[in-house]
Ligand binder design. Sequence first.
Ligand code: SAH
Ligand code: DHB
Ligand code: MG
Length: 220
Amino acid sequence: MENSIFGKVDQYISERLGNDDKALAGAIESLENAGIDNMSISPNQGKFLQVLAKMVQAKNILELGTLAGYSTIWLARALTPDGKIVTIESDPQHAEIARENFKTASLEYKIDLRVGNALDILPQLEAEDRVFDMVFIDADKPPYVEYFESALRLARPGTVIVADNVIRNGKILDSNSTDKKVSGVQRFNDMLSRCGKVTATILQTFGIKEYDGMAIAVVD
Ligand code: SAH
Ligand code: DHB
Ligand code: MG
């Protein structure tokens, strides 16, 4: 979508309000250098997450799916001065790259990077009785429902839960889709529509990235 009107307007906005700096640009570059697909959120999406984190004065944030730590850096910078972000990444190579990027951004002290499958690490956080002010779900798509249910157990009234990539180029409209990522988010969106515990909507995301959407929920 980079050369479409949406891509150009996205750039217009990011030049003014979503400018990423050396540390953020370096995180994207680190993916290119390692030959890893860039699945990071866009600069304006990073800024959007920052705005949400500040709205809830987030002191504790949880992220599923770190990749190079691009979104983690945006979120870590929005924390209260004493705040911390736990970010979970299953791929050791991604985690290693992210760790370097956190050092470059001088944010290591705010970031608790846990390497492992989110489905294994979430129960550990639950056993620790952790409570988060904001959760960003952006790991693999098939267990999105399980991630959200765990996020609810780690939440309090007012916690904001955001889930990335829930529209997938509109493929969610195809109820016969055999794409596991699509069926994962279809299952998630249907669960969200029936969930009585949150007030939620889905924001369509247009811009430099593929046409997609972010679910935004606040716990009642
Ligand atoms: N949030 C990042 C992008 C994440 S891409 C950003 O916007 O900058 C998705 C990441 O989730 C990948 O790095 C992938 O390795 C990781 N992942 C996939 N399955 C996972 C799982 N079960 N547990 C934890 N991380 C997982
Ligand atoms: C994919 C995952 C993401 O988190 C994303 O933002 C874009 C694509 C994917 O797995 O295809
Ligand atoms: Mg994503």
